[in-house]
Design a binder for this molecule. Structure first.
Ligand SMILES: *[C@@H]1O[C@H](CO)[C@@H](O)[C@H](O)[C@H]1NC(C)=O
Ligand SMILES: [Cu+2]
Length: 219
């Protein structure tokens, strides 16, 4: 019994690395489209790669956020090693009802492999699941969907293997300027052969990493 107890304590003390869900935007869950469970999407060509399973189902409300402000999304538990990032597309009409597959997404933030050898996910886990980024100050005010994503690369040496975790938040962005950046489509933005998707992160341990998708919109 002593041994079992000791093992349980060790497991509790280690950072949990598991399946995850994006549950909050700026501490609010009512604007987040929550998938039915925390299973990853593994097929980059699946319709679920956009806003996860049930990604067309509207959440109750919009979250209001100012252009140029720092925003934070919350993941519900510790993430597998890999990059975190966020995308934003302009909405033409209504962030609740627009089909996310019809949108073009521009990347506003990413955190891949840092020079200290840690992944963006390590920093998110240290921050209790929180990932912060800036809403570009010059984008036009209006309704947007935010697509937050973390890629688990612990079993990514073959494709399919990388685990895509994403969630979308319905936003009403206030202030801002007139910029309407061009973007990419999901599915389509990723390929199973991308060097940041089919990758062995354990042997040899990579010293650099190319986060999949477009470059970050500078604002
Ligand atoms: C979005 O914010 C603007 C500015 O505060 C406000 O006028 C507008 O009603 C909001 N739209 C929605 C759908 O909440
Ligand atoms: Cu997992």
């Amino acid at each position: 019994m002593k041994n079992v107890f000791a093992i349980a304590l060790l497991a509790a003390a280690a950072p949990a690395m598991a399946h995850i869900r994006l549950t909050q935007f700026n501490g609010n869950s009512a604007c987040v489209r929550l998938p039915p469970n925390n299973s990853p999407v593994e097929d980059v060509n699946s319709a679920n790669i956009v806003c996860n399973v049930n990604g067309n189902t509207p959440a109750a409300s919009l979250c209001s956020v100012a252009a140029g402000s720092t925003a934070t999304v919350t993941w519900d538990t510790g993430a597998h090693p890999g990059p975190g990032k966020d995308y934003l597309p302009r909405q033409t009409s209504d962030a609740k009802t627009t089909n996310p597959a019809s949108l073009s997404w521009f990347k506003i933030s990413q955190d891949g492999l840092r020079s200290d050898g840690k992944w963006g996910s390590d920093y998110v886990n240290s921050a209790g699941g929180k990932y912060s980024f800036k809403i570009p100050s010059n984008i036009a005010a209006g309704q947007y969907l935010l697509r937050g994503e973390t890629i688990g690369l612990h079993v990514a040496q073959n494709y399919p293997g990388a685990q895509f975790y994403m969630g979308c938040a319905q936003l009403n962005i206030t202030g801002g300027g007139s910029a309407n950046p061009s973007g990419v489509k999901f599915p389509g933005a990723y390929k199973g052969t991308d060097s940041g998707i089919k990758i062995n992160i354990y042997y040899p341990v990579p010293t650099s990493y190319t986060t999949p998708g477009p470059s970050v919109y500078s604002g």
